[in-house]
Design a protein around this ligand. Structure first.
Ligand code: PFF
Length: 488
């Protein structure tokens, strides 16, 4: 049997895991959630969700992959055969996420080129919706493919392919550049943001808590799904990456390093975004609330607009969109690698070919989001997958390890290889606290889904949302699994 690939160093693994975690979720999703849910007060549920569920689950995923030395499907199947279904489901979910994630990268590429001459400066909102997306009236008219977004998608996929084509060997080289570069650029943007007139207006808005938000269950749901999305958990990605570690690598130190790095970068990105938008509020003499747009609008409308008002706008726009693209690319290829590894655990085929097939399929699946109605579909799919599939996968992973494998047994392995020992609190967290709180969140979420259609979308669109949750689930659990030799 061929030897398993290995990360050349611990640094390579840490870089790759941080690269996966830090992405569009940090610079695009986190700031708009913080703004939407009470500024600084969002940090409280976010940090609670991080320490109560995020880091313990990251420890759990690192432990599964590293101990069993397989991708998500075979790792979980070696705990119990039926659990292969859970691995497949995580994988399918990863595939769905990647199919739209790369489309957002494509928008960033378009903006990178449009930065020369700051082409959106006349009317940034219309530029985003009419020039870039060429958006239709509503989800009812899907329209046709928008050529620029399609080409951006193709270029992004070609780049992703060349990052993963030799598996861990190419990934470990690429992350040495794609992880530090955007972080350095983010610091440049942070200094720029802090030195702009009016930055304080935005920063105060960002860090001033609105404690009433804490009583809103929606905030808690958003905080938990953001922690999952941002740490790349429940996708099989962290299981895949840690399976390339030696069995003796320090798990708890790795998990805390990745979890804290990801959070610090999200918080810094928040300062960059809010500081810059504060500057724009001052320039335009309007209230802060009027300049912020939610969702995609933040990174692709409000922020570009602020960039266009700055001295040397072109340079800072180029820096911002390079940051966005390079932050995203290592998250994207981590998702591809998670899928690749499962296939290479199953069949003997050259890595290059597996990567080519997965990247081609990912590209094809992404085409729907390049149409005039693509943004609406993206919004529905993202909503259902992040708020439902991820939460259920999280619950099932806790049951798999906490109850079936045994939390105590897993913890004794973790502590054997880690300098920083974790206490019995971890067992309680994995067995009770996470699954129970996730179940409550899920129940609230389901109630919300049945009371009203998400985003006011028509029934058929909501059906697609349920489809991306339930169809992969049904297929996943009907794939037969051969017995995996357990190394435990
Ligand atoms: N963590 C990435 C982000 O915050 O943008 C997104 C992501 C990457 C999610 C990889 C899931 C994943 F497996």
């Amino acid at each position: 049997m061929a030897l398993r690939d290995r990360w050349p160093s611990r640094t390579a693994f840490i870089y790759a895991a941080i690269g996966s975690a830090v992405g569009l979720g940090n610079i695009w999703r986190f700031p708009f959630l913080a703004e939407k849910f009470g500024g600084g007060a969002f940090l409280i549920p976010f940090l609670i969700a991080l320490f109560v569920a995020g880091i313990p689950l990251l420890i759990l995923e690192f432990a599964i992959g590293q101990k069993i030395q397989k991708g998500a499907v075979d790792s979980l199947a070696s705990i119990k055969k039926k659990l292969s279904g859970l691995g497949w489901w995580a994988l399918f979910t990863a595939f769905i996420v990647i199919s739209y994630y790369v489309v957002i990268m494509s928008w960033s590429l378009i903006y990178l080129f449009a930065s020369f001459g700051v082409q959106w400066s006349e009317d940034p909102e219309s530029y985003f919706f009419n020039n870039v997306l060429q958006i239709s009236e509503s989800v009812d008219s899907i329209g046709t493919i928008v050529p620029a977004v399609f080409i951006g998608l193709l270029i992004s996929w070609i780049l992703i392919y060349f990052c993963v084509w030799k598996g861990v060997r190419s990934v470990s080289k690429v992350v040495m550049w794609t992880v530090p570069l955007p972080i350095i650029l983010l610091f440049v943007l942070l200094i720029r943001a802090f030195t702009l007139d009016g930055a304080m207006i935005g920063i105060v808005e960002y860090i001033t808590p609105d404690f009433s938000a804490l009583f809103d269950t929606e905030v808690w749901i958003a905080a938990v799904s953001q922690v999952f999305f941002s740490l790349s958990i429940a996708f099989g990605v962290m299981i895949a990456y840690s399976s390339y570690n030696k069995k003796g690598s320090d798990i708890s130190k790795n998990a805390f390093t990745v979890g804290i790095a990801d959070t610090v970068i999200a918080i810094i990105a928040g300062f960059v975004v809010f500081g810059t938008l504060g500057f724009m509020a001052e320039q335009q003499g309007v209230a802060f609330d009027e300049v912020v747009a939610s969702g995609p609008g933040l990174a692709f409308i409000a922020f570009p607009q602020a960039l266009s008002l700055m001295p040397f706008g072109t340079i800072f726009s180029i820096l911002f969109f390079i940051t966005l693209f390079t932050l995203a690319i290592d998250s994207a290829f981590s998702l591809v690698e998670a899928v690749n590894i499962v296939i290479s655990d199953k069949i003997k085929m050259k890595k290059q070919y597996i990567a080519l097939i997965v990247c081609t399929l990912g590209f094809l699946a992404g085409i729907i989001y390049t149409t005039n109605g693509g943004l609406f579909i993206l919004d529905v799919v993202d909503h259902f997958v992040t708020n439902i599939s991820l939460i259920v996968i999280g619950i099932l992973e806790c049951i798999a390890v906490g109850w079936i494998f045994g939390a105590k047994k897993m913890r004794s392995y973790i502590n054997k290889v880690s300098d920083f020992k974790i206490g019995a609190w971890w067992d309680t967290t994995i067995k009770y606290i996470i699954p129970i709180s996730l179940a409550v969140i899920l129940a609230l979420q389901l109630k919300r889904e049945f009371v009203e259609n998400y985003g006011g979308y028509p029934d058929w669109a909501i059906l697609i949302g349920w489809g991306v949750v339930l169809v992969p689930l049904a297929i996943a659990f009907s794939i037969p699994q051969r017995t995996v030799k357990s190394t435990t």
